[in-house]
Design a protein around this ligand. Structure first.
Ligand code: ASP
Length: 327
């Protein structure tokens, strides 16, 4: 175990914690807790969601939550889990990320994603990519294989090809539902987002990680970049505080450095993760702006939003496993 978190562990685990030994595999009694939260976007409006769509989205969230929970339960790294979970959601046309991404004003999909490792604050992000099937995996490659944090546009698409990250024809991102949304946007000139995906996880070694992926907002200007690939705005993870993934009006999340503001409230103000998330989502942001999922280093989960609903799910080592949409 790279770090021993004596101060934050349950007493039973503290007694059994073999600080610094790092060699023996953990037994059942020394295993640390794990926790996972996922979201599938906060821009969900009751009057626009059919019962059928809600059922499908809940089923997807349950399936993906289960994938991540099994990984964490088996001892996987939180970083691997948030990447795997977000990849699943990116491949699901129901959500506004990867396959189901929205269209910009030119009728193209431009995708943003980021990932952050709470152990080291290593982070990687991509913006406005057009041919990458799973932008979250390219973000991880940026983190691990380049000296940079954020790579955008054609440079990022080229990097994907060079690093062997799967690329697809832009037609892969065409879904009738998103095309209709663009048509409605063009008719009403009203921006729509929603369906961004994200995951935060605490693994059994006490490491936090976060990842977020999105198609952005329907009808956005070509080249527009939201909060999802901006570390500190839409994504944050550091082991000292929490892991956060946000969804909502990206410009507001950037303006208020939402994800990092939650971490700062924990670090400097001693707030709980629930209090910190509530303060920022209900105090700093305006109603309708969006929401966050967050996990602290003890595995406490906060899921807070100021929209009508947020597709979300939570699971932990105690057996908790739940998905929800509305308040
Ligand atoms: N935050 C995303 C963006 O502004 C959109 C969303 O989460 O709905 O790009």
């Amino acid at each position: 175990m790279p770090q021993c978190r004596l101060a934050v562990l349950a007493p039973l685990v503290v007694l059994a914690c073999a600080c610094g030994s790092g060699s023996a595999p953990p037994t059942e009694s020394t295993r640390l807790p794990w926790a996972l939260a996922i979201h599938g976007g906060a821009g969900v409006v009751r009057s626009e969601v059919t019962a059928e769509h809600e059922r499908s989205a809940r089923a997807s969230l349950e399936r993906v939550l289960d994938v991540g929970a099994r990984m964490l339960d088996g001892g996987a790294d939180s970083l691997d889990v948030v990447e795997a979970v977000v990849r699943e959601l990116e491949d699901d046309p129901l959500f506004n990320a990867g396959r189901g991404a929205v269209f910009n004003a030119s009728g193209e999909s431009e995708l943003d994603a980021s990932i952050m490792d709470g152990r080291t604050r290593a982070c990687g992000a991509v913006a406005a990519v057009r041919t990458v099937r799973n932008p979250v995996s390219l973000a991880r490659r940026v983190m691990e294989r380049t000296p940079h944090v954020l790579i955008a546009g054609t440079g990022a698409d080229r990097l994907a090809a060079e690093l062997g990250v799967e690329t697809v024809d832009p037609g892969w991102f065409f879904t009738e539902r998103r095309w209709q949304a663009l048509e409605r946007f063009r008719a009403r000139a009203r921006a729509q987002g929603g369906g961004t995906v994200g995951a935060v996880a605490l693994d059994r070694r006490g490491n936090l990680a976060a990842a977020t992926s999105t198609g952005g907002t329907t009808g956005k200007l070509p080249g527009r970049v939201g909060d999802s690939p901006i570390v500190g705005a839409g994504t944050w993870a550091d082991n000292a505080t929490c892991a956060v993934s946000g969804t909502g009006r990206g410009e507001e999340f950037i303006r208020h450095a939402v994800a990092h503001s939650i971490a700062v409230r924990i670090e400097l103000g001693g707030a709980s993760v629930e209090r910190a998330a509530e303060d920022v989502v209900r105090g700093t942001l305006q109603p309708g702006d969006g929401g966050v999922i967050a996990i602290d280093r003890n595995g406490r989960i906060a899921m807070v939003f100021n929209t009508e609903g947020m597709y979300r799910g939570a699971a932990d080592a105690s057996g908790r496993s739940e998905v929800a949409v509305w308040e």
